[in-house]
Write a new protein. Structure first.
Length: 526
Protein backbone atom coordinates (compact mmCIF):
# COMPACT_ATOMS: atom_id res chain seq x y z
CA UNK A 1 0.00 0.00 0.00
CA UNK A 2 1.53 3.41 -0.99
CA UNK A 3 2.23 5.80 1.83
CA UNK A 4 -0.14 8.61 0.76
CA UNK A 5 0.34 12.41 1.06
CA UNK A 6 3.70 13.85 1.97
CA UNK A 7 2.30 15.46 5.10
CA UNK A 8 -0.74 14.88 7.29
CA UNK A 9 -3.77 17.18 7.21
CA UNK A 10 -4.50 19.52 10.10
CA UNK A 11 -7.45 17.37 11.20
CA UNK A 12 -5.31 14.23 11.18
CA UNK A 13 -2.64 15.99 13.23
CA UNK A 14 -5.27 17.02 15.77
CA UNK A 15 -6.50 13.42 15.98
CA UNK A 16 -2.96 12.11 16.51
CA UNK A 17 -2.19 14.69 19.20
CA UNK A 18 -5.38 13.93 21.11
CA UNK A 19 -4.68 10.20 20.93
CA UNK A 20 -1.40 10.84 22.76
CA UNK A 21 -2.86 13.46 25.14
CA UNK A 22 -0.74 16.27 23.69
CA UNK A 23 -1.92 19.89 24.02
CA UNK A 24 -0.79 21.59 20.82
CA UNK A 25 -1.91 24.82 19.15
CA UNK A 26 -2.98 24.92 15.49
CA UNK A 27 0.27 26.63 14.58
CA UNK A 28 2.30 23.96 16.37
CA UNK A 29 0.33 21.25 14.60
CA UNK A 30 1.16 22.80 11.22
CA UNK A 31 4.85 22.94 12.09
CA UNK A 32 4.88 19.32 13.26
CA UNK A 33 3.09 18.35 10.06
CA UNK A 34 5.92 19.92 8.04
CA UNK A 35 8.51 18.07 10.13
CA UNK A 36 6.71 14.75 9.66
CA UNK A 37 6.84 15.32 5.92
CA UNK A 38 10.56 14.59 5.97
CA UNK A 39 10.01 11.12 7.41
CA UNK A 40 7.23 10.42 4.93
CA UNK A 41 9.49 11.43 2.06
CA UNK A 42 12.13 9.01 3.36
CA UNK A 43 9.51 6.24 3.41
CA UNK A 44 8.81 6.88 -0.26
CA UNK A 45 12.50 6.54 -1.03
CA UNK A 46 12.87 3.19 0.74
CA UNK A 47 9.77 1.91 -1.06
CA UNK A 48 11.94 1.90 -4.16
CA UNK A 49 14.83 -0.03 -2.61
CA UNK A 50 14.81 -3.88 -2.59
CA UNK A 51 14.28 -5.41 0.85
CA UNK A 52 16.62 -7.99 2.36
CA UNK A 53 15.01 -11.41 2.36
CA UNK A 54 15.75 -15.02 3.31
CA UNK A 55 16.78 -17.58 0.68
CA UNK A 56 14.44 -20.14 -0.84
CA UNK A 57 16.78 -22.82 -2.22
CA UNK A 58 14.59 -25.84 -3.02
CA UNK A 59 11.64 -26.11 -5.47
CA UNK A 60 8.18 -26.89 -4.18
CA UNK A 61 4.49 -26.76 -5.06
CA UNK A 62 1.78 -25.18 -2.95
CA UNK A 63 0.55 -28.49 -1.51
CA UNK A 64 -2.93 -29.27 -0.24
CA UNK A 65 -5.24 -29.26 2.77
CA UNK A 66 -5.73 -32.95 3.67
CA UNK A 67 -9.16 -34.52 3.88
CA UNK A 68 -10.36 -35.60 7.32
CA UNK A 69 -9.82 -39.29 6.55
CA UNK A 70 -6.19 -38.55 5.70
CA UNK A 71 -5.59 -36.43 8.78
CA UNK A 72 -5.65 -38.56 11.95
CA UNK A 73 -6.26 -36.51 15.08
CA UNK A 74 -6.33 -33.32 12.91
CA UNK A 75 -2.57 -33.09 13.28
CA UNK A 76 -1.91 -31.61 9.84
CA UNK A 77 -2.68 -28.01 8.93
CA UNK A 78 -1.40 -28.48 5.37
CA UNK A 79 0.41 -31.15 3.37
CA UNK A 80 3.27 -30.65 0.93
CA UNK A 81 6.30 -32.46 -0.47
CA UNK A 82 9.60 -30.56 -0.45
CA UNK A 83 12.70 -32.61 -1.22
CA UNK A 84 16.01 -31.52 0.29
CA UNK A 85 19.60 -32.37 -0.52
CA UNK A 86 20.57 -35.92 -1.43
CA UNK A 87 22.89 -36.31 1.57
CA UNK A 88 22.99 -35.18 5.17
CA UNK A 89 22.16 -36.08 8.75
CA UNK A 90 18.43 -36.06 7.90
CA UNK A 91 18.68 -38.14 4.73
CA UNK A 92 15.62 -40.37 4.40
CA UNK A 93 13.74 -38.59 7.20
CA UNK A 94 10.31 -37.03 6.78
CA UNK A 95 9.76 -33.81 8.70
CA UNK A 96 6.62 -32.03 9.91
CA UNK A 97 6.97 -28.27 10.34
CA UNK A 98 4.90 -26.48 12.97
CA UNK A 99 2.59 -24.02 11.23
CA UNK A 100 4.16 -21.10 13.07
CA UNK A 101 7.23 -21.57 10.85
CA UNK A 102 7.43 -19.89 7.44
CA UNK A 103 7.81 -22.17 4.43
CA UNK A 104 7.85 -20.12 1.23
CA UNK A 105 4.94 -20.77 -1.11
CA UNK A 106 3.06 -22.94 1.42
CA UNK A 107 0.01 -21.44 3.22
CA UNK A 108 0.50 -20.66 6.91
CA UNK A 109 -2.13 -20.05 9.59
CA UNK A 110 -0.34 -20.38 12.95
CA UNK A 111 -3.68 -21.74 14.11
CA UNK A 112 -5.36 -18.36 13.63
CA UNK A 113 -8.22 -16.85 11.66
CA UNK A 114 -6.19 -13.65 11.45
CA UNK A 115 -3.71 -15.22 9.02
CA UNK A 116 -6.28 -16.86 6.77
CA UNK A 117 -5.05 -16.57 3.18
CA UNK A 118 -1.43 -15.78 4.10
CA UNK A 119 1.39 -17.49 2.22
CA UNK A 120 4.98 -16.73 3.31
CA UNK A 121 7.55 -15.54 0.79
CA UNK A 122 10.56 -16.82 2.77
CA UNK A 123 11.85 -20.02 4.27
CA UNK A 124 12.69 -19.83 7.96
CA UNK A 125 16.38 -20.47 8.62
CA UNK A 126 15.60 -23.88 10.15
CA UNK A 127 13.62 -24.87 7.04
CA UNK A 128 16.63 -24.22 4.82
CA UNK A 129 18.86 -26.13 7.26
CA UNK A 130 16.49 -29.11 7.33
CA UNK A 131 16.49 -29.29 3.54
CA UNK A 132 20.26 -28.76 3.36
CA UNK A 133 20.62 -31.75 5.72
CA UNK A 134 18.67 -34.04 3.38
CA UNK A 135 15.30 -33.89 5.13
CA UNK A 136 12.00 -34.14 3.27
CA UNK A 137 9.30 -31.73 4.46
CA UNK A 138 5.92 -33.42 4.23
CA UNK A 139 3.61 -30.81 5.74
CA UNK A 140 2.76 -28.06 8.21
CA UNK A 141 1.47 -29.29 11.57
CA UNK A 142 -1.57 -27.84 13.29
CA UNK A 143 -0.92 -25.53 16.23
CA UNK A 144 -2.87 -23.63 18.84
CA UNK A 145 -4.36 -20.24 17.92
CA UNK A 146 -1.26 -18.01 17.54
CA UNK A 147 0.57 -20.80 19.43
CA UNK A 148 -0.91 -19.29 22.59
CA UNK A 149 -2.14 -22.32 24.55
CA UNK A 150 -0.75 -25.44 26.18
CA UNK A 151 -3.78 -27.70 25.74
CA UNK A 152 -4.65 -28.51 22.12
CA UNK A 153 -8.21 -27.31 21.47
CA UNK A 154 -7.89 -23.66 20.37
CA UNK A 155 -6.74 -23.91 16.73
CA UNK A 156 -8.91 -22.19 14.13
CA UNK A 157 -8.55 -25.45 12.16
CA UNK A 158 -10.11 -27.42 15.00
CA UNK A 159 -8.91 -29.30 18.06
CA UNK A 160 -6.11 -31.85 17.85
CA UNK A 161 -6.80 -35.19 19.49
CA UNK A 162 -4.63 -37.07 21.96
CA UNK A 163 -3.26 -40.28 20.37
CA UNK A 164 -4.25 -42.31 23.42
CA UNK A 165 -7.73 -40.83 23.87
CA UNK A 166 -9.02 -38.43 21.22
CA UNK A 167 -11.41 -36.80 23.71
CA UNK A 168 -8.44 -35.56 25.71
CA UNK A 169 -5.92 -32.81 25.02
CA UNK A 170 -2.66 -33.75 23.30
CA UNK A 171 -0.70 -30.90 24.90
CA UNK A 172 0.29 -27.80 22.97
CA UNK A 173 0.96 -25.48 21.33
CA UNK A 174 2.90 -27.91 19.12
CA UNK A 175 -0.06 -30.28 19.30
CA UNK A 176 -0.10 -31.19 15.62
CA UNK A 177 3.58 -32.11 15.68
CA UNK A 178 2.92 -34.64 18.45
CA UNK A 179 -0.12 -36.01 16.61
CA UNK A 180 1.64 -36.59 13.29
CA UNK A 181 4.51 -38.32 15.07
CA UNK A 182 2.11 -40.56 16.95
CA UNK A 183 0.19 -41.53 13.81
CA UNK A 184 3.25 -42.15 11.66
CA UNK A 185 2.77 -39.10 9.46
CA UNK A 186 6.35 -37.90 9.95
CA UNK A 187 9.57 -39.24 11.42
CA UNK A 188 10.49 -35.98 13.15
CA UNK A 189 8.76 -32.65 13.72
CA UNK A 190 9.49 -29.07 14.68
CA UNK A 191 7.94 -27.53 17.79
CA UNK A 192 8.09 -24.09 19.40
CA UNK A 193 8.36 -23.41 23.13
CA UNK A 194 7.70 -20.19 25.04
CA UNK A 195 6.16 -21.82 28.12
CA UNK A 196 6.53 -25.53 27.47
CA UNK A 197 4.98 -25.89 24.03
CA UNK A 198 7.46 -28.55 22.86
CA UNK A 199 7.56 -30.47 26.13
CA UNK A 200 3.85 -30.30 27.00
CA UNK A 201 2.62 -32.17 23.90
CA UNK A 202 5.59 -34.51 24.17
CA UNK A 203 4.50 -35.46 27.70
CA UNK A 204 0.77 -35.86 27.09
CA UNK A 205 1.12 -37.54 23.69
CA UNK A 206 3.97 -39.87 24.58
CA UNK A 207 6.75 -38.60 22.31
CA UNK A 208 10.15 -36.99 22.86
CA UNK A 209 10.58 -33.21 22.85
CA UNK A 210 13.64 -31.04 23.46
CA UNK A 211 13.57 -27.32 24.23
CA UNK A 212 17.13 -26.35 23.35
CA UNK A 213 19.31 -23.82 25.12
CA UNK A 214 17.93 -20.34 24.41
CA UNK A 215 19.46 -19.07 21.20
CA UNK A 216 21.01 -22.38 20.16
CA UNK A 217 18.52 -22.78 17.31
CA UNK A 218 17.73 -19.65 15.28
CA UNK A 219 14.17 -18.36 15.42
CA UNK A 220 14.45 -16.38 12.16
CA UNK A 221 11.33 -16.65 10.00
CA UNK A 222 9.08 -18.02 12.75
CA UNK A 223 6.00 -16.33 14.21
CA UNK A 224 7.12 -15.23 17.70
CA UNK A 225 5.34 -14.59 20.98
CA UNK A 226 7.92 -12.91 23.23
CA UNK A 227 11.46 -12.45 22.02
CA UNK A 228 13.13 -13.29 25.35
CA UNK A 229 11.09 -16.50 25.72
CA UNK A 230 11.03 -17.82 22.13
CA UNK A 231 12.58 -21.27 21.59
CA UNK A 232 12.27 -23.70 18.67
CA UNK A 233 13.38 -27.33 18.68
CA UNK A 234 12.86 -30.98 17.74
CA UNK A 235 10.16 -33.52 18.55
CA UNK A 236 10.41 -37.20 17.62
CA UNK A 237 9.54 -40.81 18.43
CA UNK A 238 13.16 -41.63 19.26
CA UNK A 239 16.04 -39.83 20.92
CA UNK A 240 18.27 -40.44 17.91
CA UNK A 241 15.87 -38.55 15.66
CA UNK A 242 15.82 -35.67 18.16
CA UNK A 243 19.61 -35.56 17.94
CA UNK A 244 19.58 -35.66 14.14
CA UNK A 245 17.17 -32.76 13.83
CA UNK A 246 18.92 -30.68 16.49
CA UNK A 247 22.26 -31.22 14.76
CA UNK A 248 20.75 -30.01 11.49
CA UNK A 249 19.12 -26.84 12.79
CA UNK A 250 21.41 -25.61 15.60
CA UNK A 251 24.12 -23.02 15.13
CA UNK A 252 24.78 -19.33 14.51
CA UNK A 253 22.48 -17.19 12.37
CA UNK A 254 23.34 -13.50 11.92
CA UNK A 255 19.66 -12.70 11.31
CA UNK A 256 18.47 -13.73 14.82
CA UNK A 257 19.09 -11.19 17.63
CA UNK A 258 18.21 -13.88 20.19
CA UNK A 259 21.59 -15.48 19.53
CA UNK A 260 23.74 -12.47 20.34
CA UNK A 261 26.28 -13.43 23.00
CA UNK A 262 24.87 -16.97 23.36
CA UNK A 263 27.07 -19.18 21.18
CA UNK A 264 30.85 -19.32 21.63
CA UNK A 265 33.11 -18.52 18.69
CA UNK A 266 33.65 -21.44 16.36
CA UNK A 267 30.61 -23.28 17.72
CA UNK A 268 29.77 -26.35 15.62
CA UNK A 269 26.79 -28.49 16.70
CA UNK A 270 27.37 -32.25 17.01
CA UNK A 271 24.82 -34.41 18.79
CA UNK A 272 24.56 -37.74 16.99
CA UNK A 273 28.12 -39.00 17.45
CA UNK A 274 28.04 -38.76 21.26
CA UNK A 275 24.52 -40.08 21.70
CA UNK A 276 25.66 -43.25 23.46
CA UNK A 277 27.72 -41.41 26.07
CA UNK A 278 25.39 -42.49 28.88
CA UNK A 279 25.06 -40.99 32.36
CA UNK A 280 27.66 -42.93 34.35
CA UNK A 281 29.12 -40.68 37.03
CA UNK A 282 26.49 -37.98 36.53
CA UNK A 283 24.62 -36.46 39.46
CA UNK A 284 20.85 -36.03 39.10
CA UNK A 285 18.83 -33.82 41.42
CA UNK A 286 15.13 -34.53 41.91
CA UNK A 287 13.62 -31.06 42.31
CA UNK A 288 11.27 -31.28 45.28
CA UNK A 289 9.20 -28.26 44.20
CA UNK A 290 8.31 -29.92 40.88
CA UNK A 291 6.27 -32.56 42.68
CA UNK A 292 3.29 -32.70 45.05
CA UNK A 293 1.75 -29.34 44.16
CA UNK A 294 -1.27 -28.84 46.42
CA UNK A 295 -3.45 -26.94 43.94
CA UNK A 296 -3.71 -23.84 46.14
CA UNK A 297 -1.81 -21.56 43.73
CA UNK A 298 -4.07 -19.64 41.36
CA UNK A 299 -4.45 -21.56 38.10
CA UNK A 300 -2.15 -24.42 39.15
CA UNK A 301 -3.94 -27.77 39.58
CA UNK A 302 -2.82 -30.25 42.19
CA UNK A 303 -0.30 -32.91 41.24
CA UNK A 304 -1.51 -36.44 40.65
CA UNK A 305 0.34 -38.64 43.18
CA UNK A 306 0.43 -41.47 40.64
CA UNK A 307 2.21 -39.25 38.10
CA UNK A 308 4.67 -38.08 40.74
CA UNK A 309 5.39 -41.69 41.65
CA UNK A 310 5.84 -42.75 38.02
CA UNK A 311 8.38 -39.99 37.42
CA UNK A 312 10.25 -40.68 40.66
CA UNK A 313 10.51 -44.35 39.71
CA UNK A 314 11.77 -43.37 36.25
CA UNK A 315 14.46 -41.09 37.63
CA UNK A 316 15.63 -43.83 39.99
CA UNK A 317 16.27 -46.06 36.96
CA UNK A 318 19.27 -43.88 36.13
CA UNK A 319 20.99 -45.34 39.21
CA UNK A 320 21.25 -48.66 37.37
CA UNK A 321 23.15 -46.78 34.64
CA UNK A 322 25.81 -45.45 37.00
CA UNK A 323 24.28 -42.08 37.93
CA UNK A 324 23.67 -40.89 41.47
CA UNK A 325 20.26 -39.50 42.36
CA UNK A 326 19.44 -37.15 45.26
CA UNK A 327 16.68 -34.78 46.29
CA UNK A 328 17.26 -31.04 45.90
CA UNK A 329 15.17 -28.03 46.89
CA UNK A 330 14.90 -25.00 44.57
CA UNK A 331 12.27 -22.69 46.12
CA UNK A 332 12.61 -20.20 43.24
CA UNK A 333 10.97 -22.79 41.00
CA UNK A 334 7.67 -21.94 42.71
CA UNK A 335 8.10 -18.22 42.03
CA UNK A 336 9.23 -18.62 38.43
CA UNK A 337 5.70 -19.07 37.10
CA UNK A 338 4.72 -15.62 38.44
CA UNK A 339 7.71 -13.88 36.88
CA UNK A 340 7.06 -15.74 33.63
CA UNK A 341 3.36 -14.81 33.74
CA UNK A 342 4.11 -11.08 33.78
CA UNK A 343 6.77 -11.29 31.06
CA UNK A 344 4.67 -13.53 28.82
CA UNK A 345 1.48 -11.51 29.32
CA UNK A 346 2.83 -8.00 28.82
CA UNK A 347 5.59 -9.00 26.44
CA UNK A 348 3.29 -10.87 24.07
CA UNK A 349 0.79 -8.00 23.98
CA UNK A 350 3.54 -5.51 23.12
CA UNK A 351 5.62 -7.69 20.78
CA UNK A 352 3.31 -10.25 19.18
CA UNK A 353 0.13 -8.16 18.99
CA UNK A 354 1.05 -4.45 18.96
CA UNK A 355 4.41 -5.17 17.30
CA UNK A 356 2.90 -7.67 14.81
CA UNK A 357 5.62 -10.15 15.73
CA UNK A 358 8.41 -7.82 14.64
CA UNK A 359 8.64 -5.06 17.21
CA UNK A 360 11.54 -2.65 16.84
CA UNK A 361 14.92 -1.63 18.25
CA UNK A 362 16.88 -4.79 17.51
CA UNK A 363 19.19 -5.95 14.75
CA UNK A 364 18.22 -8.94 12.64
CA UNK A 365 15.65 -9.98 10.08
CA UNK A 366 12.19 -8.39 10.23
CA UNK A 367 9.53 -10.61 8.69
CA UNK A 368 7.67 -7.88 6.81
CA UNK A 369 5.20 -10.07 4.94
CA UNK A 370 4.10 -11.91 8.08
CA UNK A 371 3.83 -8.64 10.02
CA UNK A 372 1.77 -6.98 7.29
CA UNK A 373 -0.56 -9.99 7.09
CA UNK A 374 -1.03 -10.02 10.85
CA UNK A 375 -1.73 -6.27 11.04
CA UNK A 376 -4.22 -6.53 8.19
CA UNK A 377 -5.99 -9.43 9.88
CA UNK A 378 -6.06 -7.69 13.23
CA UNK A 379 -7.56 -4.52 11.74
CA UNK A 380 -10.19 -6.47 9.82
CA UNK A 381 -11.22 -8.94 12.53
CA UNK A 382 -9.86 -7.98 15.98
CA UNK A 383 -12.45 -10.16 17.70
CA UNK A 384 -10.76 -13.20 16.17
CA UNK A 385 -7.77 -12.80 18.44
CA UNK A 386 -7.65 -15.93 20.62
CA UNK A 387 -9.10 -15.55 24.09
CA UNK A 388 -5.68 -15.96 25.71
CA UNK A 389 -4.24 -13.15 23.60
CA UNK A 390 -7.22 -10.90 24.38
CA UNK A 391 -6.57 -11.59 28.06
CA UNK A 392 -2.95 -10.47 27.60
CA UNK A 393 -3.95 -7.35 25.66
CA UNK A 394 -6.55 -6.27 28.23
CA UNK A 395 -4.27 -7.02 31.19
CA UNK A 396 -1.49 -5.00 29.56
CA UNK A 397 -3.73 -2.04 28.79
CA UNK A 398 -5.13 -2.09 32.33
CA UNK A 399 -1.67 -2.07 33.86
CA UNK A 400 -0.35 0.57 31.46
CA UNK A 401 -3.16 2.96 32.44
CA UNK A 402 -1.83 3.21 35.99
CA UNK A 403 1.62 1.60 35.98
CA UNK A 404 2.98 1.91 32.46
CA UNK A 405 5.26 -1.03 31.65
CA UNK A 406 7.08 -1.06 34.98
CA UNK A 407 5.92 -4.57 35.92
CA UNK A 408 7.33 -5.96 32.69
CA UNK A 409 10.62 -4.20 33.37
CA UNK A 410 10.60 -5.36 36.98
CA UNK A 411 9.87 -8.98 36.05
CA UNK A 412 12.67 -8.95 33.48
CA UNK A 413 15.00 -7.61 36.19
CA UNK A 414 13.95 -10.50 38.45
CA UNK A 415 14.78 -13.27 35.98
CA UNK A 416 18.29 -13.44 37.40
CA UNK A 417 16.84 -14.74 40.69
CA UNK A 418 15.56 -17.84 38.92
CA UNK A 419 18.68 -18.10 36.79
CA UNK A 420 20.97 -17.87 39.81
CA UNK A 421 18.93 -20.48 41.67
CA UNK A 422 19.19 -22.99 38.84
CA UNK A 423 22.86 -22.27 38.24
CA UNK A 424 23.51 -22.88 41.94
CA UNK A 425 21.78 -26.24 41.64
CA UNK A 426 23.86 -27.03 38.55
CA UNK A 427 26.98 -26.38 40.60
CA UNK A 428 26.02 -29.58 42.46
CA UNK A 429 24.10 -31.58 39.87
CA UNK A 430 24.50 -32.34 36.18
CA UNK A 431 20.78 -32.87 35.58
CA UNK A 432 17.60 -31.73 37.32
CA UNK A 433 14.50 -33.91 37.16
CA UNK A 434 10.75 -33.46 37.68
CA UNK A 435 7.46 -34.29 35.91
CA UNK A 436 6.96 -32.38 32.67
CA UNK A 437 3.31 -32.06 33.72
CA UNK A 438 2.36 -33.52 37.12
CA UNK A 439 -1.02 -34.83 35.91
CA UNK A 440 -2.25 -36.66 32.83
CA UNK A 441 -4.02 -35.17 29.81
CA UNK A 442 -7.15 -33.18 30.57
CA UNK A 443 -10.41 -33.21 28.61
CA UNK A 444 -10.77 -30.95 25.58
CA UNK A 445 -13.00 -27.88 25.76
CA UNK A 446 -15.65 -26.89 23.23
CA UNK A 447 -15.41 -23.44 21.56
CA UNK A 448 -18.54 -22.27 23.40
CA UNK A 449 -17.00 -22.96 26.81
CA UNK A 450 -17.11 -19.79 29.00
CA UNK A 451 -14.02 -17.67 28.41
CA UNK A 452 -12.66 -18.03 31.96
CA UNK A 453 -12.69 -21.81 31.85
CA UNK A 454 -11.54 -21.91 28.21
CA UNK A 455 -8.41 -19.87 28.89
CA UNK A 456 -7.76 -21.33 32.33
CA UNK A 457 -7.79 -24.90 31.04
CA UNK A 458 -5.57 -23.88 28.11
CA UNK A 459 -2.75 -22.64 30.32
CA UNK A 460 -2.96 -24.58 33.59
CA UNK A 461 -0.28 -27.17 32.84
CA UNK A 462 2.75 -24.97 32.19
CA UNK A 463 4.14 -24.32 35.68
CA UNK A 464 6.95 -26.90 35.71
CA UNK A 465 8.09 -25.97 32.21
CA UNK A 466 8.25 -22.18 32.37
CA UNK A 467 11.25 -22.05 34.69
CA UNK A 468 13.71 -22.97 31.94
CA UNK A 469 11.97 -20.66 29.49
CA UNK A 470 13.02 -17.89 31.88
CA UNK A 471 16.55 -19.15 32.42
CA UNK A 472 17.29 -20.47 28.92
CA UNK A 473 18.56 -23.83 30.17
CA UNK A 474 17.82 -26.78 27.88
CA UNK A 475 15.06 -29.18 28.93
CA UNK A 476 13.81 -32.45 27.51
CA UNK A 477 10.57 -34.36 28.03
CA UNK A 478 11.10 -38.13 27.93
CA UNK A 479 8.13 -40.53 27.86
CA UNK A 480 8.57 -42.66 30.96
CA UNK A 481 5.37 -44.62 31.56
CA UNK A 482 1.61 -44.52 31.89
CA UNK A 483 -0.98 -43.60 34.51
CA UNK A 484 -4.52 -44.73 33.81
CA UNK A 485 -3.51 -45.62 30.27
CA UNK A 486 -2.24 -42.10 29.53
CA UNK A 487 1.41 -41.14 28.91
CA UNK A 488 3.60 -39.47 31.51
CA UNK A 489 6.66 -37.34 30.73
CA UNK A 490 9.84 -37.02 32.78
CA UNK A 491 11.56 -33.67 32.32
CA UNK A 492 15.32 -33.29 32.63
CA UNK A 493 17.15 -29.97 32.49
CA UNK A 494 20.87 -29.31 32.06
CA UNK A 495 23.40 -26.49 32.05
CA UNK A 496 23.44 -24.02 29.17
CA UNK A 497 24.64 -25.61 25.91
CA UNK A 498 24.70 -29.08 27.49
CA UNK A 499 21.89 -30.22 25.22
CA UNK A 500 24.06 -33.20 24.27
CA UNK A 501 23.93 -34.47 27.86
CA UNK A 502 20.13 -34.39 27.81
CA UNK A 503 20.15 -36.44 24.62
CA UNK A 504 22.61 -38.92 26.14
CA UNK A 505 20.43 -39.33 29.23
CA UNK A 506 17.32 -39.77 27.08
CA UNK A 507 19.02 -42.35 24.85
CA UNK A 508 20.22 -44.29 27.89
CA UNK A 509 16.74 -44.29 29.43
CA UNK A 510 15.17 -45.27 26.11
CA UNK A 511 17.39 -48.36 25.93
CA UNK A 512 16.02 -49.55 29.26
CA UNK A 513 12.70 -50.19 27.50
CA UNK A 514 10.69 -48.64 30.31
CA UNK A 515 8.21 -47.09 27.87
CA UNK A 516 6.59 -48.69 24.82
CA UNK A 517 4.50 -46.29 22.71
CA UNK A 518 1.02 -47.43 21.75
CA UNK A 519 1.80 -47.08 18.05
CA UNK A 520 4.93 -49.23 18.29
CA UNK A 521 2.66 -51.96 19.67
CA UNK A 522 0.30 -51.65 16.69
CA UNK A 523 -2.36 -49.56 18.38
CA UNK A 524 -2.30 -46.67 15.88
CA UNK A 525 -2.05 -46.52 12.12
CA UNK A 526 1.52 -46.55 10.89
Amino acid sequence: MPIGPLQPTQSKMRELAERKHLDLSDDELRQYSDLIGGTLAACRVIDGIPEQTLPTKYPRTVGWRPAAEDNPLNGWAWRCQIEGASEGVLRGKTIGIKDAVCVAGVPMRNGSKLLEGFTPDVDATIVTRILDAGGKIVGKTNTEDLSFSGAGYTSALGAVGNPYDSSRNPGASSSGSAAVLATGGADIAIGGDQGGSIRLPAAWSGVYGLKPTYGLVPYTGIAPIEKTLDHVGPMANTTEDLARLLQAIAGPDPFDPRQRGILPGGFSPSYVAGLNGGVAGKKIGIVREGFARDGKDIGVPASDPAVDEAVLAAVRKFESLGATVHDVSIPMHLLACHIWNVIATLGSAEFMVDGAGNGSNSFGYYNSSLGIAFERGLRARPNDLPYAAITSVLATEYLKDSQGMRYYWKAQNQRHLVLNALNAAFDQYDLLAMPTIPFTATSARAPDTPVGEYVGQALNMTHNCVTTNLTGHPSISIPCGFVGGMPVGMMLSARHLEDALLLQASAAFEKLGAYTPKWFAGGLAA
